[in-house]
Write a new protein. Structure first.
Lengths: 305, 568
C-alpha cells in the first residue's frame, strides 16, 4: 500500500466512520473497530440486488465511495449480445441496484458504458443493462466510436505505455467496476482486472503485445474506486461468450466486493477453482503493487444471507 | 381576375405566369405529384437510413414496388400474389396513364426532379440525334433483357451487371448509402463535437469510411444528380432501363399530355420546362409531344402561359378536329420511314455487340481472375475467395441476382457487409461482400436476408441462418501470436460463437487455437479479432454455401448452488 493509497483509504474509512457515527451510538463504533476496516467482502445466498445491499453495507455504504454532486461511471461487462441467463454479462438487477445506491448517495450523474464486442446497441439492449440503468436514473454512455476515446499515458507501464481510453475513465469522479465472473478461453478467467479491457479502444494491441501484461498494467492509469464481482451465475467453461456447446453454468449466488482490484480477482479465482497464481495477470498486478493477492493476510468478511 | 406576372428566364424567353389556385399551381395534378413523390422519397430515406421497427418495415416492403428488383425476384425466387398484383397494377396502369411510376414511385426520379432547374436547355436527352438516342435507350433495355432473362436458359451463368449499374432503384440505394450517408456521418460528427461543449451525448453513426467506393459511386451514379442541375432528368430520359421499358407501355397510353394547337402561341416555354425531353419543337415551330418519354411531372401544364396544355384522355381520331385539344399527328414520309429502318437495324447491331461485351464480362472477368483487386492494393492479408452473405447460397447465384442497392449494407449492424469494388470481378461491381476487416457476421442476426428485395439473399430465420456455412476457417499456426511472441492470446477463440475455434494446450503452459470446420459458419469473428496484421486465422469463402453443425449447450442450470462454502 503506497502513501497515496493509504491516505485515500484514510479518507474513505474516515468518512465512513464519521458517517456511521451520525447513525449509530459512538460507543458501538469504537467498541468494534475491526468491523469497518474490511479489505474484501464476500456475500452468498441471495438475489444479486440483495447481495449488493449486504455487501455495500459491510463496506460502510455507498456514501463511503460517492459524495454528493459527483459523477459516477459504472463499467459492467456487457460485451455480448446475450440474455442475462446465459451468464455472459453482468446481471442487470445488480446494475440497477448499484445505480440506485449511487443516486441515494447524491451522485449528480451516473453513466453506464462498455466498449462491446458484439454490436453495441444489441449488447446494451439484450443484456438488459440499458433498461435497468435507465429505470434507476443512469445514462447509457456510448463507447462504439474512437471519438469517445482519448490518448492517455499509463504511468510506470512497461508494455501498455499509452492507450486510447474512454473519456469517462478520465473524467468521472468515481469508477465502479462491475464485472461478471466467467471462464475465459484466453486468460482462463475474467473478472475485475480483465473487465477494464473494455474501456480501451484498441483491444488488439493487448493481444498482440502480451495480453496478461497489458491487463495487469492498466490499473496503473486508474484504479476503480470499487470492484463488485457478480458471481451469481458463473460460467465455468466455454467462456467468455457462452453460446457454444462447451458452455457450462453454475449457480453460485455469490458476490465479491473490494476496493482492492487484485484481492477481488484473487478471491474470484478461488471461486472458479484456480489458485490466484494460475491466472497470469494476477501475480503481475500484485508485483506492480496494484493490490494484494494473498487472501490469508487480508481482512475478509464473509456474509451468508 | 387571375393575376399575371411577367419575367425573363436565363435563356431570355419571357415568362408570363398566372397565379394558380392550387398553392400557386394551375394543376392539382402537379401538387399531388409533388406531395406523393416526396412522401415516397422520404419513406425510402427512412427505410435505408432510419432505425427501429418502422425503418425495417419500410425496408422490407417499399423496394418490392420497384421494377428492377421485381424482375430479378420473379426469375429466381418467385413472388407472392400481393407483390405480383402490385407490379401488374403498375404495368397495366402505365398502358392507360403513362409513366406515372417515374414521377411518383421512383426515388431516383423524384430526386432528379427536385434537383432539376426550372428552365432546361436541351434537357433529358444525352444525344439529340434520335437514332443515337434510340440506340442507347433500347440497347440498354435489350442488354438487360438478354443478360438477365437469358440467364435462365442454356446454362448461362447470367449477369446483372447492366441492371446492376443502371437500375434506378439500385443506383438510388448506392448514391444514398455510399455518397449521401458518408456526408451525413460527417454532419453527425460535427454535431457530436458541438454537443460535447454542452455535456450531451449524441450517438455517432457507426461508419467506416470507404473512399474508393465513395468516389466510384459519385462517378457512376452521382454524375446523374449533378448533371440534372443543368440538363434535367437526363438519366431518366436517356439511359434508365426501367423508364425506357415503361415508355414502351406509355407509348400507347390512353391518358397523356395534350397540347391544344389552337391555343398554343409556340413560345417554346414548355419545351424548356420538360426535364426528359418529351416536348420538342418541330422545324415548323409546332411542339411535338412524345408520350414514350413523358414522366408525367406535370411541369409543362403549370408553365404554359396560354393554358394550352392539359393531362387528359387522348381524343379519338374521328373527333380530333372538333375538340380544343388537337394531338400532334405525324405525317408519315419517306424520310421518316428510312429513319425507322435505320433505328431498327442499328438497334439490332447494338444488341449483338453489347451482348458480346456482356459475354466477355461474364466469362472473362470471373471472381479471382481479375488482378487489380481492391484487396491486392491493401497490404494486410486477404484470403483467395470472398464470402457472400448467408442466404445467398453461393457466389454465382448471389452475383447473378444482386442489384447492388446496398439496402443490406445499410441495415447490417456490424458493418461486415460492405460494398465491393472488384472482389467479384467487374460483373459484380459494388455487390456487397463480407469484409471481415470491417466487422464480423453477428451470430444472432439475419437482417440482410429479411430486407433483400431481389432474393439474392434469401430470408432465413436466425435459427436457420446459424446452420449456414458461408466460409471455412483456416489457421496458419506460424503467424499466430502464441507461436511468434510466446504470450497467451486466443482473441479468435474468445469471439467464436460456435466453438469452431477453441484453445488446446501448446507448450510452456500456453494454449493455441484449434479449428473444427464442422462447426464453422464463416462469420469471420476470428479473422476480425486476430491481432496479427497478416491474419493468422481467416475465413475462405465457399463458392457454394455448406451446412454447419449446431451443437447446443448440454447443461441445464441448477436451481440451487451446489457449493455452499466460501472457497477462500
Amino acid at each position: 500500500m503506497d502513501r497515496r493509497e493509504f491516505l485515500k483509504k484514510c479518507v474513505v474509512y474516515g468518512t465512513a466512520a464519521v458517517g456511521a457515527t451520525l447513525l449509530r451510538p459512538v460507543e458501538r463504533i469504537f467498541a468494534t473497530p475491526s468491523d469497518t476496516v474490511v479489505d474484501l467482502v464476500a456475500v452468498m445466498g441471495g438475489k444479486p440486488a440483495e447481495l449488493f445491499d449486504a455487501g455495500i453495507a459491510a463496506l460502510g455504504g455507498m456514501r463511503a465511495f460517492v459524495k454528493p454532486g459527483q459523477t459516477v461511471a459504472i463499467k459492467p461487462n456487457i460485451s455480448w449480445s446475450a440474455p442475462p441467463e446465459r451468464g455472459a454479462t453482468t446481471n442487470p438487477e445488480l446494475i440497477r441496484r448499484i445505480v440506485e445506491h449511487c443516486r441515494e448517495a447524491g451522485a449528480k450523474r451516473v453513466y453506464v458504458f462498455d466498449n462491446t464486442i458484439s454490436s453495441w446497441q444489441a449488447c446494451y439492449r439484450e443484456t438488459g443493462a440499458e433498461a435497468a440503468a435507465k429505470a434507476a436514473g443512469a445514462q447509457m454512455a456510448p463507447a462504439h466510436s474512437t471519438s469517445y476515446f482519448h490518448k492517455a499515458v499509463v504511468p510506470g507501464a512497461k508494455v501498455l505505455k499509452e492507450a486510447l481510453v474512454h473519456e469517462l475513465i478520465l473524467e468521472a469522479d468515481v469508477l465502479i467496476n462491475v464485472p461478471i465472473l466467467k471462464h475465459h478461453s484466453s486468460t482462463r478467467m475474467t473478472a475485475a482486472l480483465k473487465n477494464l479491457m473494455g474501456v480501451v479502444w484498441d483491444r488488439q494491441f493487448y493481444h498482440y503485445s502480451g495480453l496478461s501484461q497489458c491487463i495487469a498494467e492498466f490499473p496503473l492509469l486508474r484504479k476503480p474506486t470499487l470492484n463488485v464481482i457478480d458471481a451469481y451465475t458463473v460460467m465455468t467453461s466455454g467462456g467468455p461468450q457462452g453460446s457454444s456447446y462447451r458452455a457450462a453454468l453454475e449457480l453460485r449466488k455469490m458476490q465479491i466486493l473490494s476496493v482492492d482490484i487484485v484481492a477481488a480477482d484473487a478471491a474470484a479465482a478461488r471461486v472458479l477453482g484456480h489458485a490466484p497464481e494460475d491466472i497470469q495477470y494476477i501475480p503481475i498486478a500484485s508485483d506492480l503493487r496494484l493490490g494484494r493477492k494473498d487472501l490469508s493476510n487480508l481482512k475478509v468478511q464473509r456474509i451468508t444471507l | 381576375m387571375v393575376k399575371t406576372t411577367s419575367s425573363k428566364d436565363k435563356t431570355g424567353v419571357e415568362i408570363r405566369k398566372r397565379a394558380g389556385q392550387f398553392f400557386g399551381h394551375k394543376s392539382p395534378l402537379l401538387l399531388i405529384r409533388q406531395i406523393l413523390g416526396l412522401v415516397v422519397l422520404f419513406s425510402f430515406l427512412y427505410g435505408f437510413l432510419g432505425w427501429g421497427a418502422f425503418s425495417k418495415s419500410l425496408a422490407i416492403y417499399l423496394p418490392r414496388t420497384q421494377i428492377g428488383p421485381f424482375l430479378l425476384r420473379i426469375l429466381d425466387v418467385g413472388i407472392g400474389i400481393a407483390a405480383f398484383l402490385i407490379v401488374l397494377l403498375i404495368l397495366g396502369s402505365t398502358v392507360f396513364l403513362g409513366r406515372w411510376y417515374c414521377a411518383f414511385l421512383c426515388p431516383l426520379g423524384t430526386t432528379q426532379q427536385i434537383t432539376s432547374p426550372r428552365r432546361i436547355v436541351r434537357g433529358g436527352r444525352l444525344f439529340q440525334n434520335p437514332v443515337l438516342d434510340g440506340l442507347i435507350r433500347y440497347g440498354v433495355v435489350g442488354l438487360v433483357a438478354i443478360l438477365v432473362i437469358g440467364k435462365s436458359f442454356a446454362g448461362w451463368g447470367g449477369t446483372t451487371v447492366v441492371l446492376d449499374l443502371l437500375d434506378p432503384y439500385g443506383l438510388f440505394g448506392r448514391i444514398l448509402r455510399d455518397m449521401i450517408f458518408p456526408l451525413l456521418v460527417f454532419l453527425n460528427w460535427l454535431l457530436f463535437q458541438v454537443s460535447r461543449l454542452f455535456d450531451l451525448f449524441i450517438p455517432l453513426f457507426p461508419y467506416n469510411p470507404d473512399l474508393p467506393v465513395f468516389f466510384a459511386t459519385a462517378l457512376l451514379g452521382g454524375t446523374w444528380i449533378v448533371a440534372s442541375r443543368k440538363r434535367g432528368r437526363l438519366y431518366c430520359g436517356s439511359l434508365c432501363p426501367v423508364g425506357t421499358f415503361l415508355g414502351l407501355c406509355g407509348r400507347i397510353s390512353l391518358y397523356r399530355i395534350q397540347i391544344a394547337t389552337n391555343k398554343c402561341s409556340r413560345c417554346g416555354i414548355c419545351v424548356n420546362t420538360c426535364p426528359v425531353g418529351a416536348l420538342n419543337r418541330e422545324s415548323s415551330g409546332e411542339v411535338r409531344f412524345e408520350a414514350e418519354r413523358c414522366v408525367l411531372c406535370m411541369n409543362c401544364i403549370d408553365a404554359c402561359p396560354e393554358e394550352a396544355i392539359r393531362y387528359g384522355r387522348k381524343p379519338r381520331a374521328s373527333c380530333a378536329t372538333s375538340t380544343d385539344a388537337v394531338p400532334f399527328t405525324p405525317n408519315p414520309s419517306r424520310r421518316e420511314f428510312l429513319g425507322k429502318v435505320a433505328r431498327i437495324s442499328t438497334g439490332l447491331v447494338a444488341y449483338l455487340s453489347l451482348t458480346a461485351i456482356g459475354g466477355v464480362v461474364t466469362y472473362g472477368l470471373a471472381p479471382g481472375r481479375f488482378l487489380l483487386k481492391k484487396r491486392a492494393l491493401n497490404p494486410s492479408f486477404r484470403p483467395n475467395r470472398p464470402s457472400t452473405p448467408p442466404g445467398s447460397l453461393g457466389i454465382d447465384r448471389f452475383t447473378s441476382l444482386c442489384i447492388s442497392c446496398h439496402l443490406c449494407v445499410s441495415h447490417c449492424p456490424t458493418g461486415v457487409l460492405s460494398p465491393s469494388l472488384l472482389e467479384y470481378g467487374i460483373k459484380g461491381l459494388f455487390q456487397p461482400v463480407m469484409d471481415y476487416q470491417r466487422g464480423f457476421c453477428e451470430y444472432e442476426c439475419s437482417r440482410c436476408g429479411e430486407v433483400c428485395p431481389t432474393g439474392a439473399i434469401l430470408p432465413r430465420s436466425v435459427e436457420e441462418k446459424k446452420t449456414v456455412q458461408i466460409g471455412r476457417v483456416k489457421f496458419e499456426q506460424e503467424r499466430c501470436v502464441v507461436v511468434t511472441q510466446g504470450t497467451i492470446c486466443g482473441a479468435c477463440a474468445e469471439v467464436c460463437p460456435t466453438h469452431a475455434v477453441g484453445m488446446v494446450p501448446y507448450r510452456n503452459g500456453l494454449d493455441i487455437p484449434a479449428t473444427d470446420n464442422a462447426l464453422c459458419v464463416g462469420c469471420g469473428s476470428c479473422e476480425h479479432a486476430c491481432p496479427v496484421p497478416q491474419k493468422a486465422i481467416f475465413v475462405e469463402g465457399l463458392a457454394v454455401h455448406g451446412k454447419a453443425e449446431v451443437r447446443k449447450p448440454l447443461h441445464t442450470l441448477p436451481k440451487e448452488p451446489e457449493k455452499k462454502e466460501f472457497p477462500f
